[in-house]
Write a protein that binds this ligand. Structure first.
Ligand code: MN3
Length: 198
């Protein structure tokens, strides 16, 4: 059975950028619910419970019709949020270095142009979804709790949750303010590590 991973920092650690209230509701509420519903969906299929979350959502065709949507939504939710907590850090912000910095500069001209391109896509997601940086340093979005893995893509290097539950209590409808604030807590060493392992 799948379990809720611990946050790698305290609920109040992201301070003025994402409140303790949001972090608690998002982790103990939303993420836990995805885990619970995923486990409930897989109750009758013990062979699928043996798979990793990556294996499960990379091959949704192997999931029986009657639970495929539940596994897609809740398995995606579990995988995406498990990554998301690690994409942030109370000591985050600033800029990446090394090969990742070089790659982003080569592709986008400069670091700020990358930030602008990613932020524009995040703000433009209609409804609920995610924006991702992929290992080839392209930027893509997915609706709902879909992952790039579901369409045969690689696991992302970085991603931002733009569901209203991720920001509404702190930023109301101003998603662009949330996106702007989020860059202050991005865990670049984690992204660099994922880029070097790609
Ligand atoms: Mn979320």
């Amino acid at each position: 059975m799948f379990t809720l991973p611990d946050l790698p920092y305290d609920y109040d650690a992201l301070g003025k950028y994402i409140s303790k209230t949001i972090m608690e509701l998002h982790h103990k509420g939303h993420h836990q619910t995805y885990v619970n519903k995923l486990n409930a969906a897989l109750e009758q299929t013990p062979e699928l419970q043996e798979k990793t979350i990556e294996e499960l959502i990379s091959n949704l065709e192997a999931v029986p019709d009657n639970i495929r949507t539940a596994v897609r939504n809740n398995g995606g939710g579990h995988f995406n949020h498990s990554l998301f907590w690690n994409f942030m850090s109370p000591s985050g912000g600033n800029q990446p270095s090394g090969a990742l910095a070089d790659g982003l500069t080569e592709r986008y001209g400069n670091f700020q142009s990358f930030i602008d391109a990613f932020s524009d896509k995040a703000v433009a997601v209609f409804g609920s979804g995610w924006v991702w940086l992929l290992p080839d340093l392209s930027i893509t979005t997915t609706p709902n709790q879909d992952s790039p893995l579901m369409s045969g893509g690689p696991a992302p290097l970085l991603g931002l949750d733009v569901w209203e539950h991720a920001y509404y209590i702190d930023y109301t409808y101003k998603r662009s303010d949330y996106v702007k604030a989020w860059w202050h807590i991005v865990n670049w060493p984690e992204v660099e590590k994922r880029f070097s392992e790609k």
